[in-house]
Every structure is written in C-alpha cells, then in structure tokens.
Design a protein around this ligand. Structure first.
Ligand SMILES: Cc1cc2nc3c(=O)[nH]c(=O)nc-3n(C[C@H](O)[C@H](O)[C@H](O)COP(=O)(O)OP(=O)(O)OC[C@H]3O[C@@H](n4cnc5c(N)ncnc54)[C@H](O)[C@@H]3O)c2cc1C
Length: 485
C-alpha cells in the first residue's frame, strides 16, 4: 500500500499556514519517484503544536508531525512517509515556498479579522525583502490597508484605537462565576455594526446554518503576537445567534493564570468589581461572528461526504461550549431566528460524553435540562421521533481536582457533589469518576445510528487521545471533527 500524508487544514494549523504546508509537502513528494498521496485532513488534535500532519506507512502505522514551520520540517515528513529524503538545494524553490506560506497565513488572518496576526506576517515579510534588497510595494500597500482596518495609520501602537474594522465594543453587564476557574461573562452592545452570525442576504441567498465564534481582543499592551496592543482569542458564545442580534452575548471563559488574554480579563474584572462595578464599566472588543462549523454536516468546510444520522459530542473542559450551539440547530427558527429546510436541521439523536475536572464542572444546569428533554423516552423502544430533542444520552466523566482553592481565580466559589444529584437521577445520564477510555468511547459509539458525526472538543491532549481512540474503534477520519477549546 502506498504511503500517505494527511496535513491538518483546521483551526490553529490553518492560522499557522497549513494550506501552504500541504502544497509544500505535495510538491516535495511529487518530486520523488514512487507514490505518496498527500491530502488535507480535519483537525488532528495537535492544535497547540500546529501546523501538524500525520504520515501513514504500510496502511496502518501513523506518525504525528508537529510544528511544521520550515521547509526542512516538511521534508522530514515526506522522508518518514516514503523513506527517501527530498532534495532541498534549489534556492528558488525555498524562497517561493516560504512566500506562499506567508501569503496563506495573511489571507487566513485577514478573512477572520485577526489584524494583529495579519500585520505580524506582513511586517516579517517586508523586513525579509528589505534585507535581500528587494522591493515590497504590494506588501506595503497591504500593510497600510490592514493598519487602517485595525484602527491605526502609523506607530506607536501603544493605545487602543477608537475604531477597529469588523469589531464592536461590548459592555460587561454581569459575571456568573460557575466554578473556581471559570465564569460566564454577560456582555451587551447597541452597536448595529456587530453584525449577525446569519446574514439574511435580502432573501436572495438564505442564511447557511452554522455554529460560530467571535474573536475577543485582550488589551494586554505590547506583546509578541504582533505590533498591536492586543492579543486575539476566539470564543464560542453559549448564548444563541438571536441573542447576539438583540445585542447580548454570554461567553463562558476559563481563566489561566499564565494565559495572556484570560489573565488580563481576570485582572480587569477584579479591578471592575473592586471599584463597585460602575455603569461606565468594563468594555471589550468582539469581532463580527465567524463560521466554526457548517450544519448539518458539522465540518469546517461547506459540506461533507455524508449528512449525519446521529451526532456524538466528545467534549472536555471549555469544549462544552459546542453543546448549546449544536443543539440550537434542532429548532433553527425558534432558537436562531432563521428558516432552514428540514434536511439541514439536526433532527437526529445527539449523545454526549463530557469530561471535566471535579472542581470545574461547567454548564451543569444546562446539561441536566437538555437530558431531561429526552429522558421521558429513555426506556421506550422503538424510540419515537420526539427523542430527537435535547441530549439522548449523557455521560459525565469527573477527573481529579488538581489546583488548590488559593491558587484559583475565583477561590470563594464552591461546587458541591449534591449539585450532581439531579443529573444522576435521570435514566439517560450517568456520572463516572473516570477519564475518557477506549471502553467508554466504544460504549458510546455502539448506541449511535450510522453514519455518525463525532465532534471532539477540548484541550489538545484530550483531542488527540479521543481521536486515537476513535481511530482504534475504526471510525474514519472523515467522520471526526475536532475543535480547539
Ligand atoms: C474556535 C474557538 C473557540 C473557543 N471558545 C472558547 C470558549 O468559549 N471559552 C474558553 O474559555 N476558551 C475558548 N477557546 C480557547 C481560547 O481562544 C483561548 O485559547 C483561551 O482562553 C486561552 O487564552 P489565553 O490567552 O488566556 O492563554 P494563552 O496565552 O494562549 O496560553 C497560555 C497558557 O495558558 C494555558 N492554556 C491556554 N489554553 C489552554 C487549554 N485549552 N488547555 C489547557 N491549558 C491552556 C496553558 O498553560 C498555556 O501555556 C476557543 C478557541 C477556539 C479556537
């Protein structure tokens, strides 16, 4: 069987130039004798170390390759897959491929309103061309354009601008602290430029159903991610598209002590609370909504090879934010405010396995509610059509609570084991003290009508472990969607 290479084309890998890595590996593989298939893939669960790829030899043996940020790294992937080292002694090839990589990263950043990321890539290339005595006229025009979009004309970039293209200011109205580590931030905005996740197109092109996210600018000042005084981080609101259109947005955020954006958010929140939450309060910038997954396929592109007959959510930690957005598509008119043909709604069983630390159980009330919606049919055979409400089955996995209360951002919030009793009492829910295991994945898959779409979302290590378990259970890569969280 001929070797193959699968290059991740999702999330942070794409932001880091994986489209160009795919072309690069393809070009290097084609230049060798013998057959090596190179193709793009969904997320491989290696988000924090992207661009990433896996090489497959002998039809089965897989090897992961991460941090593919140079031509040499791409050549190593081809060598692992084929056993032959590609030649890298053509300086023209080197320059051309690194140019393509930089261009793809810029295009991706610009399409998702990531002005800091886009400027970083443009500045690097302008400097590189200047060093080599080359003109960079086109790049300088692009630089000027992106600077204006991000609210600046010239340096210094030390204070926040008053206007940023495709971003609007939202005011923090309230905060609900869920656990010692995570809170829901309730924002409000009257600015109509906030857009909508579902542009109506004046009836000519009906909105395409989707799940979506927004980018928050963490105003951290000078930083290494680009010249602008902010870092850009994505968040999937747990409130719906209709709420966004009405000017409210709830975002569940886990605070990391060493996280650039979240430690900033925690600092400003603490100051805001200490000052008695004045009305003129805390303002943040949020981008217009950006597509995460298309519905009903639940993939990052427009369509997939199949429309699912069931959906299994394998979530961990803040990955739980995917649940409400997916379930809203059971009733797009009521929940999202758009009319969608039945075949593009999610009228299929949705089961969930959610893994979280015992001291960081997120959205418990919402999970319990969604399970209750389907629980009355849990013991009925055959299942009536109404079963396609809420969550058909849910397994909550509790892992060890690690951090002590003193080290946590919200030390006074308590979460008691009694809170779980409601969920435990439902016939379609179970609570286990366990990490995700092959046995649990196998049990969950056995209940899913085929073809099943499996959506995995959690920290990198969880995503990778879940993907490996799914592959071991012979779920095809095409049926797995992995999201960063
Ligand atoms: C499409 C999308 C939607 C997202 N939605 C949400 C959401 O709704 N709520 C939410 O809280 N986050 C969400 N995230 C993650 C979010 O964008 C940030 O990555 C996260 O808030 C950390 O940002 P930071 O700047 O504080 O940390 P960074 O400065 O980026 O990271 C610094 C350190 O923080 C820690 N850290 C950061 N992220 C993780 C992680 N996932 N697991 C373990 N440790 C970590 C690590 O110690 C890391 O070294 C989403 C990401 C994507 C791509």
């Amino acid at each position: 069987m001929s070797p193959s290479v699968h290059v991740c084309q999702a999330g942070s890998c794409r932001r880091n130039g994986s489209e160009a890595v795919l072309l690069e590996i393809e070009e290097l593989a084609n230049a060798l004798d013998g057959e090596c298939k190179v193709k793009g893939s969904g997320c491989l669960g290696l988000c924090s170390r992207g661009p990433a790829a896996v090489s497959v030899t002998e039809g089965r043996e897989q090897r992961s390759h991460v941090n593919l940020d140079s031509l040499e790294a791409s050549a190593n992937v081809v060598e692992t897959a084929t056993g032959t080292k590609p030649r890298l002694d053509d300086p023209g090839l080197l320059t051309r491929l690194s140019g393509v990589r930089a261009m793809r990263m810029r295009e991706q950043a610009i399409s998702q309103y990531r002005w800091n990321g886009a400027l970083n890539s443009i500045l690097d290339e302008v400097q590189d061309k200047a060093k080599r005595g080359k003109s960079s006229g086109d790049l300088e025009r692009l630089l000027a354009e992106v600077l204006v979009k991000s609210g600046f004309k010239n340096p210094p970039f030390d204070t926040m601008p008053s206007k940023i293209e495709d971003y609007t200011q939202w005011t923090l109205e309230d905060v609900t602290k869920l656990t010692r580590h995570s809170a829901v931030f309730h924002f409000k905005s009257n600015d109509r430029k906030r857009g909508t996740p579902n542009p109506r197109g004046g009836g000519r092109s009906p909105p395409k159903p989707k799940t979506w996210h927004t980018t928050l600018l963490g105003e951290v000042g000078k930083n290494e991610e680009g010249p602008l005084p902010w870092v850009e981080r994505d968040y999937t609101p747990i409130s719906g598209a209709l709420e966004w259109e009405r000017g409210t947005c709830d975002i569940l955020i886990k605070i990391y002590k060493d996280g650039a954006a979240t430690s900033w958010l925690h600092r400003v929140l603490t100051a805001w609370e200490a000052s008695g939450r004045p009305d003129a309060g805390l303002k943040v910038w949020l981008s217009k909504p950006v597509l995460t997954l298309s519905v009903p396929y639940l993939v990052s592109g427009d369509a997939a090879s199949f429309s699912p007959a069931s959906v299994l959510l394998l979530l961990a930690g803040t990955g739980i934010v995917a649940m409400p957005q997916v379930l809203h598509h059971r009733d797009p008119y009521g929940k999202i405010g758009i009319s969608v043909p039945k075949r593009h709604q999610l009228h299929v069983p949705v089961d969930m396995v959610f893994s979280c630390r015992a001291d960081d159980v997120l959205m418990l009330d919402e999970i319990t509610e969604r399970c209750k919606e389907a629980s009355e049919y849990a013991n009925t055979e055959p299942k009536p059509p109404q079963i396609n409400k809420g969550l058909r089955n849910c397994t909550l996995l509790l892992t060890d609570a690690k951090a002590s209360a003193e080290n946590s951002p919200f030390p006074n919030v308590t979460c008691s084991a009694n809170d779980l009793n409601d969920l435990k009492s439902l016939p379609n829910a179970e609570v286990l003290e366990s990490r995700l295991s092959l046995e649990i994945v196998r049990g969950a898959l056995a209940k899913m009508p085929e073809p099943c779409r499996v959506v995995v979302s959690g920290p990198s290590a969880f995503n990778q472990a879940a993907r490996n378990m799914l592959l071991e259970e012979r779920v095809s890569d095409e049926a797995i969607t992995i999201l960063e969280a």
